[in-house]
Each structure stands twice: as structure tokens, then as C-alpha cells.
Design a protein around this ligand. Structure first.
Ligand code: ADP
Length: 734
């Protein structure tokens, strides 16, 4: 990412450079245009100032001319005073000079007059002979124009008095032209000896009798009045005029062919570290009657003329714009990256969810807010027995319904309940999924609501599990465990029976021994009868019969003992509880007698038919009898009673064994049927626990209570079998 941004950074730098260059060019062009416009405006301003000065020159000369005309004579003091006054107003005017016309005829008179004015040394002179500032007396010519007045009266200029300007090669041509035309005329420029470049603006002065001017009607040529115009001052413009000082100003001749004067701008001579970029020039004609010059304005365009502030501002703006763009771009890239990471995370999560949904054995169906199916995983499709196309987008009620197995239909469909209550609805037991195709399956699971971020319900998720296979497995497991319990019970009962037999062993041995003794006695009596005579045959027969009866009885006892101690498979059949009691009495009889216990049997006259294994039930009764006998051990002989009572109560067969012992303590009552609870020294504490298991496996129950002022009472309840209903004749007591 950083590499990517670095690459893009180059792009932005290039973009910035490109835009900066374009803006720079555009700025330079507009700046150049501005400089041009400024230059143009300044040039025209300068033109206006100089044109005004030229006009002033013209006006001054016209005023002088007018003054001379009105005075009708060359009035020196007036002329001087006037000149002196105007020169102070117009700095471009160097001097005002008057050249007097001297002809061959009035030469002498003139010289006399001048000698009177200036002294005996006055000459008409020629100046600047062969380039030297020296003079020679001028030869006598037909006409001279002689310098006779210079204002201001510069002492250094006094040597110029007498100078015949009409024969000065630099002025002669223009002088002649002016005199001939009678109009003002500017001479060619020339350099002053004392420095500076000037030109003459000449006005021939004619004085006639009526003082009118004009070639035809004009009077006699008096001379020429000339303004010496200082070119430099002509071109110097005060800053107050608003003309920039750096302009190069030149005055050219009217046809622009020759330069009269050049005034370099303020910065022209200053050395620049950077060469001039270009040069601007403009030639503007100076429309003056006698000074038809052309003003040429020039300017070097320098780097400093460009106002860099604007460029810097623009470039700064562009830079900040590009930086902003870069930041926005970086931000967007970062956002895109975060977005793509989030997308990736969402994708991974949805993939995980999809894989999980495909892998789970629960059917998962999601419904939208309109109760239409949005998604169903493969297991859900298997449960529904339909294809994806058949269910997606369908209202769920068109595809499946959840119906209670027991009640025909629930008061409210669990899915609708979830939509209404917006909380998870656990499916009640034995819920059936009925599909549109008629399949019905037992399912369990839950319906859970789906919420959006703002907490509004966006649908529900149904998680359904097919309970068919689970139930099958549970039933099989239950059957197997029941079988194991049965086997264990059989083993345990067997052990308990052996234990009970062990406890009753002496009684049983006596029981078996009694018939054997009787048989032995009957046999001996028979033998003695046979020794004493033949008449004893009937007695012998009787004794032998009695012996056989005793042998049968012994056989019966052994048969019962064998049944009790043998390991045999349980045989549940219809038995009579009274019969069970009878069989037990047969085995317990001796012990009861031995212990001096009175046994009372209150047996029902009705058959107490129950479905059970007879040996197991005998075991139960024997155990209760054995415990009752133990409970009476410490009781006085007169108070040793056991009552066995059988009766019917509704559909139940009741068997109670009561004794007259001390009863059971309240603490023992609570744990009486727990395995290994015993208060006896050699007790195993298994008897009652096994009795309970045996009774409960036939759907019955066993409980114990204390009879007030008597002893303990153990009560067994078993469901009566409906098949035998006729009463059975049984003795009620023995
Ligand atoms: P065991 O006889 O080996 O002790 P049982 O499970 O048969 O085991 O009896 C548990 C206990 O219940 C006896 O130890 C005795 O304390 C009490 N019990 C049973 N029958 C009676 C009875 N008829 N009177 C008083 N206590 C009894």
C-alpha cells in the first residue's frame, strides 16, 4: 500500500508541476500584457507631457513675436525682462537669443551701435573654426544674423555676442529657411560647449510700417528670435506626472530617420543580474507646428517588472490544492482499503457461515420481514423435501407449518409468535413439521428473531432438527440400558436371596430335617411292626403312607429352596399375591415358631392377580418378613406379632407387612430404601432397596410408615391384572 501511494505521489508531483507550469505561463502572459499596457499608458502620458512642453515652446515664441510686433521695435530691456520671466517657468528652455539682421548697408551703423553697447572690441564673428572654440572676425557679407542678446545673461556666453549664426554651417540652412518662410522653425540639434544637447526654435521678426507680418506685406527683417531648447530637460518628466522613471525616451526627427536626443530610463544603466527579457517600444508623433518630432518610448522588460507575488499566491494555491487532492486521495485509498478489508472480513464470515450452515445437521431457514423464505440450508431442504427454487422467495406458510403432535394445532404458529413477540420461541416438545408436499416430521429447535442495528425486526431464523433418528437412537439406548438394569437386578436379587436364605438357613435346615426325622421314625415303626407279626400290615401301610407324605413335603421344601437359590431368568406372568404369601410362610414357619412370634395372615378372598415374577415377589415378602422378625427380637414374647394383610383398593393390589416392634426412627424413614442403609450389625442394607426396584419395575410402589403405638408397616401396591376378576377361596387366617 505504501509503495502504491509512493507511486501515486510521483504522479501528484508531476500533476503539480504540470499545473504549476501552465499557471506560470498563463501568469507570465497576463503579466507581460499588463506590463505592455502599463508601458503603453506611461508612454502616452510621457507623450502628453512632452507635447505640452513643445506647445509651451511654441507659445513662448509666439508670445515673443507678438511682443516684438506690438512694440514696433527691437526693445531690448522689455525683451530681456519678458524672457527672464518666462525662462523661470519653462525649465526646458535654456536661453532666449536674439540674432539681429545686419546687411552690408547697415553693417557700420550696427557695429557702431554695438561698440557703444559692449565696448570698442565688438566684432561680427565666425565661431568654432575647425572644431576649436575660437572665433575670427567675419568677413563683410551681404547679410549677417548676429547674436546681440542672450537671456539669461550668462557671463560665459558674452564671448558669443557678435556671432554670425547665418554663416554657421549647423544653422545656416534652417536660418535661411525660416527667414524665407517667415515661420517658426526648429534647427538640427547640436551640443553646447558647456555640455548638453539643444536645438534652436527660431522665429524671424519683421517690423513694417504698420507692424503686420507676412511675406508679402511684412516689413523689414529685424532679426530672429530663438529659443534654445534643452533636449534633456525637454525629456525629463517629473514623477508627479505619473510617468515611470525607467522609460527610455528619444526624440527623433519627423521622419524618424535621425535621433535628436535620447534620454535613458532610470534603470537603463543599472546593472541587472538577469538580462532583459524583451524590449517594448512605441513611437508617437509630436504634433507641433515647428517641432515636428517623433517621441520614441522604450523600455527593457526585466524580471523585476513581473509581480511575483501573484505567481507565488497562485502557485501556493495550486500547491495547497494538489496537497489537498493528495490528502483526499490518500484518505479515499485508506477508506477503500478499510472497505476492502471489511468486505474481505464479511466475505470470510459469510463463507464461514455458509460452510457451517451446509455442514450442520440442523435445518436452518431464514425469513424476511414479509415472512418469505430468504435462505434455506441443505439440511432444511432435506427436511422440507423440496428444492431451493421451490422454497426461496415463497411465503413460509406456503412451504411448511409447525404443528403440535398432540393438539391438532397450536393456538399460534411459533414463527408468527416470534414475529409478534420479537423474542426467541423454543419449539414445544413433539412439534411436527408439515411440508406443502405432505411430509410430516417430528422436529425440535427454536425460532429466533433477527434485528437490524437500530433494533428493528428484519426477519427470523428457524433452526429445526429432525427428531426421528434421535428418538430411534434414544429408544434403542433405553432398551439396551433397561436390559442391562434387568440383568443387574436379576444378579442382585439372586445375591440378596442367597443372603436371606443364609439368614434363614437354620430354620430351613430344621424344616427339611423334620420330615426326614418323621420318615425315619415311620420307617422304624414299620420295621418293628413287621417283626412282631403279620397282623400289623394295616399299621405298616399307614406308617409308610405317612413316611411318603413326609418325603413329599421334604421334596417340596427342597424344590422351593432350589427355586430361590438358583440363577434363573426372570419370568413375568400372572401370579396371585396370596399364593406368594403362602409360599413364604412355608419357608418362614419354623423361624416364626422358634422366635415365638405370632403370625396373623389377613388375606383377601379375591385373587390378588398381578403380572410379576413369583420368585422375585417371594423374595420381597420374605425380606419384609425377615426384617419384621428382626424388629421383634428385643420385644417380650407376648408382644411379638406379625400381620400380613392383602386386599384390593380400586385397581391396586395391596400387601402390608406390619410388626409390633419399635418402629422406624424419623431419620431412618427418609433413607430407608437407599442402598447400603442398615442399622444391623451384619446387615448389607440392600434388602429394601432391591424390594423397591422389584416392585417399581412392575409399575408398583413400596413405602414404610410407623403405626401409632404399634410398630412398622411396609406397604406394597401393584397394579391389579384385569384378566382375573373372580374371587378365589382362600383362608383368611392360619
Ligand atoms: P438389612 O436388613 O440388611 O439391614 P434392609 O434393607 O432389609 O437391610 O433393611 C434396612 C434397615 O431398615 C434395617 O437395618 C432396619 O434398620 C430397618 N428396618 C427394616 N425393616 C424394619 C422393621 N420392620 N422395623 C424397624 N426397622 C426396620
Amino acid at each position: 500500500m505504501a509503495e502504491f501511494l509512493r507511486k501515486r505521489l510521483h504522479l501528484f508531483v508531476l500533476l503539480w508541476l504540470g499545473v504549476a507550469l501552465m499557471v506560470g505561463i498563463q501568469w507570465a502572459m497576463s503579466e507581460y500584457q499588463r506590463i505592455q499596457e502599463d508601458f503603453d499608458r506611461s508612454a502616452r502620458l510621457a507623450h502628453g507631457v512632452i507635447a505640452r512642453k513643445l506647445d509651451q515652446n511654441e507659445s513662448v515664441l509666439a508670445a515673443l513675436d507678438a511682443l516684438l510686433m506690438t512694440r514696433q521695435k527691437f526693445d531690448m530691456p522689455v525683451l530681456k525682462a519678458f524672457s527672464h520671466q518666462i525662462l523661470s517657468h519653462y525649465p526646458q528652455l535654456y536661453t532666449v537669443e536674439f540674432f539681429q539682421n545686419v546687411t552690408r548697408d547697415n553693417r557700420q551703423a550696427f557695429l557702431d551701435e554695438m561698440q557703444q553697447r559692449f565696448g570698442a572690441t565688438f566684432f561680427i564673428r565666425d565661431f568654432d573654426i575647425v572644431g576649436r572654440r575660437s572665433w575670427v572676425p567675419a568677413p563683410v557679407r551681404d547679410q549677417h544674423l548676429v547674436v546681440t542678446m542672450i537671456e539669461p545673461d550668462i557671463p560665459a556666453a558674452s564671448s558669443v555676442y557678435g556671432f554670425d549664426v547665418l554663416h554657421e554651417p549647423r544653422f545656416a540652412a534652417e536660418m535661411h529657411k525660416a527667414i524665407e518662410s517667415g515661420h517658426k522653425l526648429a534647427s538640427a540639434p547640436f551640443d553646447l560647449y558647456e555640455g548638453g544637447r539643444v536645438y534652436l526654435l527660431m522665429q524671424p521678426v519683421f517690423l513694417g510700417q504698420n507692424g503686420t507680418a507676412g511675406l508679402a506685406g511684412r516689413g523689414q527683417l529685424v532679426g530672429v528670435v530663438a529659443l534654445v531648447v534643452y533636449c534633456e530637460k525637454l525629456l525629463s518628466i517629473s514623477p508627479a506626472e505619473g510617468v515611470p522613471a525607467e522609460l527610455d525616451l528619444s526624440i527623433l526627427s519627423a521622419d524618424s530617420s535621425s535621433s535628436i536626443f535620447n534620454a535613458r530610463g532610470k534603470h537603463a544603466d543599472a546593472g541587472h543580474w538577469f538580462p532583459a527579457l524583451s524590449r517594448l517600444e512605441l513611437s508617437l508623433p509630436l504634433v507641433s507646428e515647428s517641432q515636428p518630432f517623433v517621441l520614441r518610448v522604450g523600455k527593457d522588460v526585466l524580471l523585476s517588472d513581473f509581480k511575483l507575488g501573484g505567481l507565488l499566491l497562485r502557485e501556493g494555491l495550486i500547491l495547497s490544492l494538489v496537497i489537498s487532492l493528495w490528502l483526499i486521495y490518500s484518505q479515499r485509498q485508506a477508506m477503500k482499503r478499510a472497505q476492502s478489508q471489511a468486505d474481505e472480513a464479511i466475505f470470510l464470515q459469510s463463507e464461514r457461515a455458509a460452510v457451517t450452515l451446509n455442514a450442520v445437521h440442523d435445518g436452518v431457514i431464514t425469513l424476511d420481514p414479509q415472512q418469505k423464505i430468504e435462505m434455506a440450508n441443505p439440511m432444511a431442504l432435506t427436511l422440507l423435501g423440496m428444492s431451493r427454487e421451490e422454497v426461496i422467495g415463497q411465503p413460509f406458510l406456503n412451504v411448511f407449518r409447525l404443528i403440535g403432535e398432540l393438539s391438532a394445532e397450536l393456538a399460534e404458529d411459533p414463527v408468527s409468535e416470534c414475529y409478534r413477540a420479537a423474542h426467541t420461541v423454543e419449539l414445544p416438545e413433539r412439534m411436527q413439521l408439515a411440508t406443502a408436499k405432505g411430509h410430516v416430521r417430528l422436529v425440535e429447535g427454536a425460532i429466533a428473531p433477527l434485528f437490524s442495528r437500530n433494533g428493528s425486526l428484519t426477519g427470523v431464523v428457524c433452526a429445526l432438527r429432525d427428531m426421528g433418528p434421535v428418538r430411534q437412537r434414544a429408544a434403542e439406548a433405553l432398551e439396551a440400558s433397561e436390559l442391562r438394569v434387568k440383568e443387574h437386578l436379576e444378579k442382585l436379587s439372586h445375591v440378596a436371596r442367597l443372603h436371606t436364605m443364609g439368614e434363614m438357613a437354620s430354620g430351613i435346615a430344621h424344616e427339611v430335617n423334620q420330615p426326614l426325622t418323621a420318615i425315619s421314625n415311620y420307617c422304624q415303626a414299620s420295621l418293628q411292626l413287621l417283626e412282631f407279626g403279620e397282623d400289623s400290615r394295616p399299621q405298616v401301610e399307614s406308617a409308610l403312607r405317612l413316611a411318603v407324605a413326609q418325603a413329599d413335603r421334604a421334596g417340596e421344601i427342597i424344590k422351593r429352596l432350589r427355586a430361590l437359590v438358583s440363577k434363573r431368568a426372570m419370568e413375568i406372568r400372572l401370579i396371585d399375591l396370596n399364593q406368594v404369601v403362602g409360599n413364604c410362610m412355608f419357608l418362614a414357619e419354623y423361624d416364626l415358631k422358634e422366635r415365638g412370634i405370632e403370625m396373623v395372615q389377613l388375606l383377601s378372598v379375591y385373587p390378588m392377580a398381578v403380572m410379576a415374577d413369583s420368585i422375585q415377589m417371594e423374595q420381597v415378602v420374605l425380606n419384609l418378613l425377615s426384617n419384621a422378625m428382626d424388629a421383634l427380637r428385643d420385644e417380650p414374647v407376648m408382644k411379638r406379632h406379625i400381620i400380613i394383610h392383602t386386599r384390593r383398593e380400586g385397581k391396586k393390589a395391596i400387601l402390608e407387612v406390619r410388626d409390633t416392634g419399635r418402629g422406624i426412627s424419623p431419620e431412618s424413614l427418609e433413607v430407608l430404601f437407599h442402598p447400603f442403609f442398615s442399622t444391623k450389625q451384619n446387615g448389607m442394607g440392600l434388602g429394601l432397596s432391591i424390594c423397591q426396584t422389584i416392585v417399581e419395575q412392575y409399575g408398583g410402589l413400596i413405602c414404610a410408615e410407623n403405626i401409632p403405638a404399634s410398630g412398622a408397616c411396609f406397604r406394597i401396591e401393584l397394579p391389579l391384572s384385569q384378566t382375573v376378576t373372580t374371587p378365589v377361596q382362600e383362608p383368611s387366617a392360619s
